[in-house]
Design a protein around this ligand. Sequence first.
Ligand code: GLC
Length: 558
Amino acid sequence: MTQHLAAPSTGTSDDAPGHRTGWWHDAVIYQVYPRSFADGNGDGMGDLAGVTARLPYLRDLGVDAVWLSPFYASPQADAGYDVADYRAIDPMFGTLLDADALIREAHGLGLRIIVDLVPNHSSDQHEWFKRALAEGPGSALRERYHFRAGKGADGELPPNDWESIFGGPAWTRTTDPDGTPGEWYLHLFAPEQPDFNWEHPAVADEFRSILRFWLDMGVDGFRVDVAHGLVKAEGLPDLGSHDQLKLLGNDVMPFFDQDGVHEIYRSWRTVLDEYSGDRVLVAEAWTPTVERTANYVRPDEMHQAFNFQYLSTAWNAAELRAVIDSSLDAMRPVGAPTTWVLSNHDVTRHATRFANPPGLGTQIRTPGDRELGLRRARAATLLMLALPGSAYVYQGEELGLPDVTDLPDEARQDPSFFRAEGQDGFRDGCRVPIPWTREGSSYGFGGGGSWLPQPDTWGALSVEAQDGVQGSTLELYRAAIAARREHPGLGAGTDVEWLDAPEGVLALGRPGFVATVNTTGAQVRITVPGTLLLASGPVTVDGTTVELPADTTVWWTV
Ligand code: GLC
């Protein structure tokens, strides 16, 4: 099916003669989590109409593009990352016409749209999987997933020892159409998310067709979910460890970061290159090293990959400097921009991560010292936005929102919360709907409550409470993003220059610009490097020296 509903984005400056292409090289990309951004129809759940109505807010924030988490037809076993129909919108979020309106409206405002693509697994309610189950063993459709006989005398044991990222075995046993226990199928995530068999040509064909469907709809790119997972090691070998979660991200696993995935992305790249308008592929690839992440963004593969090593770094000058250097070093040889990210829908918001002691990981259950967390979060954001490359902002971080760490168990929806010893069981805390107004039903999120309860503190953090207020976190983000536009040298290039600085302080040189970052809990006196441009906290310049307040970043023009 070919549709040309919304015209593809033609872009602005980079299409002008003499300008390089590649708008994404230094873009600020804003992640919308559709369930929690804005509720247009008042049913307590965010939707596409809600997002469209709030696009002017995103234009005013100054971001270049919006990445939307999945809104496809889905039973919502994993908040939409279990897709039943890749070409339909879930009625909870609207219709294809709503998606078309959103894309058009965004393009009219100069915003690009990136949609989420989930190729590692479908929903168990996907037509192929339902038929594979119904047709029983031997069904050709079973070859599009990983169905296997179990081990043990009666096949009562899973085919191998792999564990689900969400906890428990990565295999679920099926029941044959005659009611007897049957084969098992593989699911690296929830049982409702069966993994596709990417060795099967029909799977590869289907996804190239899905890419075209959305490119024809006018989207500017795709964020590729679990990009490291599609190919499994030949023969699905046992791992031989029962502590697999600890190995994730440290080792190449038989189900993650297999070299075979790259052929898939090379084939996708040829599809994108058929289209005008500078469309992009962004990898969500959790790999052991930044060097292995760089493999996903070689010149004939994807355009960008998330930098989870940066996201996982503590608020510590030496560690930050090391990860910035290694990230830039890893991307330089492949010519891809480095990306920077501090928060997303899977991890504790950085205002709460930095409020807690380091070393607790990215799933934190304690609020910590909120004031400290916010101060560091604002400083961390100004550091991120001073780095060369592209930056990702997760909805609500521009309001300084903390994670909601005290959600009652009965309100929680994250599937891994309900599975023993799974990863990421507390992701609902960063998914609580956004406060737009000081008061009112769900603080302006919508007219009919909110699918996760919002805390009493939400009104004071709302857009309305911060709009136009000097020093508010919202105004800090607006000013920083505007300054990035005015000083194109800020996001451009692939290098930073480290200037001399006292212990615990980073002084980072960029063309015409210096950022000084005090990661310590005490104020530090430094020589004024230039003219004050922007600061994450109150700072007074007095002559040729300045006291950098604790946990504060200051931008200077030089
Ligand atoms: C990605 C998504 C996460 C989801 C998982 C399974 O990591 O970001 O939200 O649960 O993939 O699709």
